[in-house]
Design a binder for this molecule. Sequence first.
Ligand SMILES: [Zn+2]
Length: 91
Amino acid sequence: MPGLELARSGVVMPTYQYACTACDHQFEAIQSFSDDSLTICPECKGEIRKVYTAVGVVFKGSGFYKTDSIKSTPAATPTTAPATAPAPKAD
Ligand SMILES: [Zn+2]
């Protein structure tokens, strides 16, 4: 699942859309993948359900795209070191 690794590091959190079946109250909840789904309406304590939109899970925060671009750019990898260090010029 895309973004799972990033969510673990705390860079980005998925946002879920919920709707109450009792009072029709709708709200978003930011949860990590390891969190349990919400079941109680904060307004009336009624039963709520997850709302699956076209996008499903919305990732908020610029860190998601920034990290992704770094991942796919070899030049930005800090572990890339020259195979041989340039020899110092002897005078
Ligand atoms: Zn409710």
